[in-house]
Ligand binder design. Structure first.
Ligand SMILES: NC(=O)c1ccc[n+]([C@@H]2O[C@H](COP(=O)([O-])OP(=O)(O)OC[C@H]3O[C@@H](n4cnc5c(N)ncnc54)[C@H](O)[C@@H]3O)[C@@H](O)[C@H]2O)c1
Length: 272
């Protein structure tokens, strides 16, 4: 149900790979709410993903950028401002990749070169986007910057591996940069901590299906879907959340405050 919450706003959405991607749903919802956007992803994702089809559907230019390259980010920001006719109001960082997970290295046997690369792609890239946007003065006053994260930053989930460190760093960057961007430009910076969601990145985690089911039973509202996450992102990009900044916002059906649920302890036939 569109309400034109983002009418007149311009934004950049990173990370739509296919129609399972959380960023895909966010892009669709933002346009539905009246925003004009550009889409970005790594050059390899532009070759093998389906982002071009989304760009056509949403009338959104697709601009390649490896989020670890400051030069690529500069180019993306200037091309986006040109295509959208001015500075942007919001940016979504929906980027995550772990080389050690992909290559099946256990947390106690990490290859450190890969770990550094994973931290760069999944967390430092957010700092690079924020710093470059600030230097280029590419974001309007009262803009909103968001990144997607996971509760493994606070609690231990053994098979989430080095991504736990990446998410801790990502959330810390949102807090630290949130001070500077807020004080200078009234721009807010937050992270949304999303429930397990079936996507390419999510399903890469070992035992994901079992884990998804467990989280669903632990959460009084059940796991939050990618579509519901898109609604939350729209709210965070809208003028209804102008004073929310430097926060890690749980969007998880209540999972983060649970210790044990009856559904996990003694499953009934219905919840099995
Ligand atoms: N799926 C889940 O269970 C879940 C839960 C909580 C948080 N998240 C987070 O949501 C975000 C989006 O993931 P998703 O689940 O939609 O999966 P996804 O695989 O659809 O998205 C990950 C994206 O990162 C992009 N990417 C990888 N390397 C890049 C680079 N160097 N430069 C630019 N882009 C690059 C990929 O191309 C892809 O589009 C990630 O940060 C992920 O950690 C996912």
């Amino acid at each position: 149900m569109p309400n034109q919450l983002l009418a007149g706003k311009k934004g950049i959405i990173f990370g739509a790979l296919d129609d399972q991607s959380i960023a895909w749903k966010v892009a669709e919802r933002c346009v539905e709410e009246g925003a004009q956007i550009t889409l970005s992803n790594a050059p390899v994702a532009l070759r093998f993903g389906k982002i071009q089809a989304l760009g056509e559907k949403l009338n959104a230019p697709v601009i390649a950028a490896d989020a670890t390259s400051v030069e690529d980010i500069e180019n993306l920001l200037s091309q986006s401002m040109e295509a959208l006719g001015g500075k942007v109001d919001f940016i979504l960082h929906s980027i995550g990749m772990s080389l050690n997970v992909r290559k099946k290295r256990e947390y106690t046997d990490l290859k450190y070169e890969w770990m550094l690369k994973s931290l760069d792609i999944s967390a430092i890239s957010f700092h690079k986007i924020l710093q470059t946007a600030m230097k280029m003065d590419a974001v309007n006053d009262w803009g909103s910057m968001l990144a997607l994260t996971y509760i493994a930053a606070q609690r231990t989930f053994p098979d989430y591996n080095e991504m736990a460190e990446a998410k801790s760093l990502l959330e810390s960057i949102a807090r630290s940069f949130g001070y500077h961007y807020g004080a200078q430009k009234n721009v807010r910076v937050n992270t949304i901590s999303q429930s397990p969601t079936f996507t390419t990145a999510g399903s890469g985690v070992k035992g994901f299906k079992e884990f998804f089911d467990y989280a669903d039973k632990m959460s009084p509202l059940g796991n939050a879907s990618a579509e519901a996450c898109a609604d939350y992102c729209v709210m965070m990009f809208s003028d209804l959340t102008k004073y929310v900044t430097m926060q890690n916002l749980f969007h998880d059906g209540g999972f983060s405050n649970m210790g044990m649920s009856r559904e996990v302890l003694a499953p009934t036939e219905e919840s099995e």
